[in-house]
Structures are given as C-alpha cells and as structure tokens.
Design a protein around this ligand. Structure first.
Ligand code: ADP
Length: 666
C-alpha cells in the first residue's frame, strides 16, 4: 500500500485528496507555487514544498520539478487531482520511470483518450456510438468547412485537445463558420497549445450524462452509475447530480455497458469517466473519456457509498475490486453546485480579489462542502476561480433540491463577485424542480436566472440601517474609556438630545436608486425607522461573533451586515443584498474616474483588435478581444460612437484597469 502521497495539485481537490489519504493513515506531501504559500492545501499537508512562481506553467505543470520533490520527500505515489498534470501521459510515464506510483490510469490509456479526435476514431471502431462528425487529420479551412456542410448546420467545432468547454463554438449557419473556426483555434492554442479541431452535428436538445467507471489492474471493470451534468453555461458544468433523473433502467444499463466497453477497449485501470450525450429520442453518443477524477465525483460518492479517492489509491496499490456490478446500488439522490468567483452581471467574467467574507454551510450527513479557500484568501488570476463545491444528499430528488436551496441561502461571499445568486435561481427554478434538464437549460431560462437587481426590501433597508447604527455605537463605546470622562453624553452615539426626540437621515444607493431612511432615536436606545413602505420600531446589538442581533416590530431577524468603506452587504437567509451609503463627495470622484473609459476588466492579453482608429461604431460592435484566464472576452462598444485611439496591438499584455481603447460616445 502507498505510505506517503504527494498531491500534485492545489485548492479544493488537493484538500479533498488529503482528507482521504489522512483517513487511510498515509502521510501527505503538498506542493505549492509562490502565490499559494499560505494556502489551505499547504497547511493541510504533513509537508509542503515550494515548486515555483505563480503561473501554472512554471509550478503546478512542472512535472520534472514535482517528481524531484516526490523523490526528495520520499513519497511513493503521486495523485494528480484534476486539471494540471492529471491527463498528461508524459508525466504519468515519468512517475513510473522514477519508481513512483501515478494514481491514475496507465500512460497508454491516457494517450488513447488524450485527443477527442483519436479517441473517437478508436471507439467508433470498437462499436461505441458516436455523434455524426469529422475527426480526421486534414485541418485545412476548406476541408473542415466541407465536412460541416456535409453534416448540415448547426455544427459544433471542438478543440480535439479541449476541456472545460474551451475552444468550442456552435456554428448556426455557413456564413459564421470561418470566424468561429478562427476563434476556436485561437482559444485552443492559448489553452492547450494545440489547434486541432473536430466538427460534429450539434444536437438540438441533448442531456449530458456521464458514467463513472472503476477498473482494477486484474481485469475487473465496473461502473458506478451515471451523473447528469446538463446544467451548463458555455459548455461548462455548473450543477451536477446523480442519478440522472428519469433515466430508465434499460438506458442506464446500456450506457454503463458502453462505458465499460470503452474502458476495456483501451486497457483502462483506475477511476475514469465516459461522457455521453443523451438525445431526446433516447439514443446516446460517446463524447469523450476523462482519464482522471472529475470535479463532480462527490455526487457519485454520495449515491454509491464509495470513496473514489480511496479506491483510486487501493487500485494504484494493486488491490482487487472486491465487489461485482450487481452488488452495487443507487442510494438516494445527490446534487452538486459549483460556486465560482465570477460575475454573472458581467458575462460571468472571473472575479479576482480577497474573500473578505466567506460563510458556507457546515458539513453533515446531508451536506458536503469541498473547498480550498478560507476568509482572507485571494482568488487570483493564475488559477481556476472556483470557491467551493456544495454537495447535498437526500433520500430522493425533491428533498435534495430543497437542501440545495437551503445550502445556497446559507452561503455568503464578499470581496469577489460570485455566481451564488445565479445558482440559487437555478435551484429555485420550477424547470429544475421538474427535472426538465438539457444542456441548453441555462440559455433557455437565462431571463429568469440572471440576477435582476431586486430593489431592497424594507427589511433589508432596516437591517442595513441598524447595522450602521449598531456598529457606530460599538465603536464609540470602545473609544469612550480612553477619553477623560467616559460618562460624557458626547460619547453617546444614539443621537441623544436634551428634551426632544432626535432624528437622522441615512441615504443609501440601491442599484442606482437613492433611498433615505429616517431614524428616530428613542430614550430607551431603540429606534423608529421611517422606511419606504412604512414605519417600524427596532432594536439592534452587535453580537460577539459580529452578527447583528436585530428585532423589527418585536420579531428577531438573524442577519449580518458587513461594511467596507461605504459599501454594505446585508446577509440574511434570503441571500446577500449590496447597498452603499451615499457620500456625495466620494460619488462625484467615482463618476469622474469612470467617465467614458473602456478599461481592462482584469489582467490579460489582447488577442484581437477588431476596429480601426477613427472608425464609427454602433452600440454592441465587438472592438477588442482580450484573453484572460484562458478564456476570450470581447469588449463591445457601450453606445454608438467613434474609436479615438488604440493603445494596444494584438499580443500585448495589459494590466487591470488600463484604458484598452479610446472611445468617444456619439
Ligand atoms: P469539454 O471537453 O470542453 O468539456 P465536451 O466534448 O465534453 O467538451 O463537451 C462539453 C459540452 O458541450 C457537452 O456537455 C454538451 O453540453 C456540449 N456538446 C458537446 N458536443 C455536442 C454536440 N455534438 N451537440 C450538442 N452539444 C454538444
């Protein structure tokens, strides 16, 4: 058995692998980049080694360096997690050469499935059903276009080396083909260093259903049922569940058998996943095999009762799988939601910054939170912006959905933008409750899912006001003992006046609207608040833990109000509501600073300049393409206007906040 395990990864997956390793009595070794010196995965390990600067290419992707560390630390096995080196056949082979066990499949199996094109050719020959398409070697524009025409539009262009939805473009008509092909190639080159494309029929309304397989080195290959990962945004999974709702027995069995056949066709060993598209008519088609642990493996662990990392380690140590297919059964229903630092209001642009506040539900029998960050940690541009995976389990799907809703309501994040409200909207959506799932779920329901700025309710405004007042009172109470006369009425922060009931106006900005709350101070330190919808009486204290202990008309309202300068966030079980306190001077400055400038939303590289200086453009015209975090973002004209300057050319690196383009609104 493995005794000392090096985890060649970071973040939540490194922490998750270590949890099982520790439970099994293994010693754990972490590796980290300079950006991660204080990261959670470093502290969770028995030992940790610095492997290089922040960019992944110089640290987490430096296989030679990692093997050297494994040797030095005396680790006898390496777990690659997902991403980074997990599907790198060269790394798996180098581990073997160094006498270190790679916790994953043999290099030959990784290689066989490494390119989507080659994998399809291989499995097509083995009788596994494929989506009609072209996955050949001729990569000329003309050939790819001719194949697309033969397949019939709409088609999907996919990077053969792809993953995470990168380098993938839907082409609706022949007219858009060239542009989408160029975009897909650019993205694939940037992300994978390989521009090989395949073209296939774009199915109208498929579900993404994948099968978890587990194979030992003694010829036993089993499947651990399916996961439905149809809730996707830009072909990236957002919510996953197991089992797939409504999947009939026969289809489950047929898909399981196809997955096992695919694994056997390439001599697969260890945990892997075969991804399929399940069409409306019940036909299913193989898409690709991921030769590693998947992000969403936890839902399978819940319904199968098996710890997949434990079985990865046992299989890597040469153990036999001690159960047969017919001894496995699905238990209950599990759902995972991926919490990302990204801003739904800005086309889901990754959001970087420090997590000033992070509260996630507590682990329980029904709830599992996998994360690699804590309050105070930074989400940086260097790595995947995932904050946590919230995984719930219950006896059946409706109960699991209810738990997911509750878990999302109990989560709060400040400091970076997040998709929390977006996930909540999915979990609350009637079509999700009805399990009406397919891969265009998010597109179809976008209008319901994208956060529309809900105006602050009276309750939210009251809590924000009370938060400000209670905080002010606490601060002045802290200051009072330092002055000569701690009992001086000047230290009272309750607006106390002789003879009359004092009042104060607090003005908030709520999604562009100004709202004023009138606070009347009462002698018993309670307040009367005049709110847009009426008047309430209120009391408020700040508890030991910083939470607000407030009562509105005698009803306690658990909440927290987090303040950062003029920015306020009111956290309740109903979610997070952001407001700002109005300070006219600061506002005027901010407006001036932002006036008419088109700035880089994050550090990145200019990959395309689509306009010329002096050109008149209409609102919405794509002007500059920026690549950040391996994804492309297009900066469009905010209004009709004229391009007045182009300070950058393609290939240049830009910092966050620099002016990308000179623009004069019409
Ligand atoms: P990646 O490796 O980048 O994740 P996949 O090949 O696994 O790419 O596909 C990701 C998603 O793209 C699928 O889950 C599905 O939603 C969509 N997709 C892929 N192929 C097709 C297709 N032929 N028709 C419709 N949707 C597709």
């Amino acid at each position: 058995m493995v005794a000392k395990l090096l985890i060649a990864n970071r973040g939540e997956i490194a922490c998750r692998v270590m949890r099982t390793a520790r439970r099994m009595g293994l010693r754990t070794v972490a590796v980290y980049s300079e950006a991660d010196a204080r990261a959670m995965h470093v502290q969770a390990a028995d030992e940790a080694y610095l492997i290089g600067p922040p960019p992944a290419a110089e640290s987490y992707l430096n296989g030679a360096r990692i093997i050297e560390v494994a040797r030095r630390a005396g680790a006898d096995a390496v777990h690659p997690g997902y991403g980074f080196l997990s599907e790198n056949a060269g790394f798996a082979a180098a581990c073997a050469e160094a006498g270190i066990t790679f916790v994953g499949p043999p290099p030959t199996a990784i290689e066989a499935m490494g390119g989507k094109s080659a994998a399809k050719a291989l499995l097509g020959a083995a009788g596994v059903p494929l989506v009609p398409g072209y996955h050949g070697d001729d990569q000329s524009d003309g050939r790819l276009f001719a194949e697309a025409e033969a397949i019939g539009f709409p088609v999907l262009i996919k990077a053969s080396a792809g993953g995470g939805g990168k380098g993938m473009r839907v082409v609706e008509t022949a007219a858009g083909f060239d542009e989408q092909l160029a975009g897909a190639r650019r993205e694939a080159t940037a992300a994978f260093g390989d521009a090989t494309m395949l073209v296939e029929k774009y199915l109208a309304r498929p579900r993404h259903v994948e099968i978890q397989v587990l194979a030992d080195a003694h010829g036993t290959c089993l499947h651990l049922f399916e996961r439905d990962c149809s809730i996707q945004r830009r072909h990236q999974k957002v919510v996953e569940e197991a089992p797939a709702p409504g999947l009939d027995h026969a289809t489950r069995r047929a898909m399981g058998e196809a997955a096992v056949a695919a694994a056997n066709a390439i001599g697969y060993v260890n945990a892997g996943t075969c991804e399929f598209l399940l069409d409306e008519d019940g036909a299913f088609y193989f898409m690709e095999m991921n030769t590693r642990l998947q992000v969403e493996h936890a839902v399978t662990e819940y319904i199968s009762g098996l710890d997949l990392v434990e079985w990865q380690l046992r299989i890597a140590s040469g153990e036999r799988l001690p159960f047969a297919q017919d001894q496995l059964a699905v238990d209950g229903h599990a759902i995972e939601a991926r919490l990302y630092a990204e801003d739904p209001a800005r086309s889901f642009l990754p959001s970087t910054g420090v997590l000033r506040h992070l509260s996630l539900p507590a682990d329980s029998l029904h709830m599992r939170v996998d994360t690699g960050v804590r309050r105070g940690d930074a989400i940086s541009i260097h790595y995947d912006p995932m904050i946590a995976k919230l995984v719930v389990w219950d006896r059946d799907r409706p109960a699991a959905v209810a738990r997911l809703r509750r878990a999302l309501e109990e989560s709060h994040i400040l400091g970076v933008a997040s998709n929390l409200d977006f996930l909540s909207a999915i979990a609350r959506h009637p079509a999700f409750a009805a399990a009406d799932l397919d891969t265009r779920f998010i597109d179809r329901h976008a209008a319901d899912l994208l956060p529309r700025a809900q105006p602050a309710s009276d309750e939210t405004l009251a809590l924000a006001t009370l938060g400000v007042l209670a905080e002010r009172r606490r601060r002045s109470a802290e200051r009072a003992p330092q002055s000569g006369d701690p009992y001086s009425p000047w230290h009272l922060a309750n607006g106390w006046r002789l003879n009359d009931e004092a009042q104060e106006h607090l003005t908030f900005r709520d999604a562009g609207e100004r709202i004023t709350v009138v606070v009347h101070y009462r002698r018993d330190s309670s307040y009367r608040l005049d709110l847009p919808g009426g008047t309430v009486s209120a009391t408020a204290e700040i508890g030991e833990d910083g939470r607000l202990d407030a009562a509105l008309d005698g009803v306690r309202r658990p909440a927290a109000v987090v303040r950062h300068g003029l920015e306020l966030a009111v956290l309740t079980h109903g979610g997070t509501h952001r407001l700002s306190l109005v300070d006219p001077v600061a506002e005027a400055e901010a407006v001036e600073a932002a006036g008419g400038r088109l700035t880089a939303p994050m550090p990145g590289k200019v990959v395309g300049v689509l306009v010329e200086a002096g050109q008149a453009v209409e609102k919405g015209t794509p002007m500059i393409v920026l690549e950040a975090m391996k994804m492309e973002h297009t900066v469009v004209a905010p209004t009709d206007g004229t391009v007045t300057g182009l300070p950058f050319t393609a290939g240049e690196q830009v910092e966050e906040g620099v002016e990308l383009i000179g623009f004069q609104p019409a």
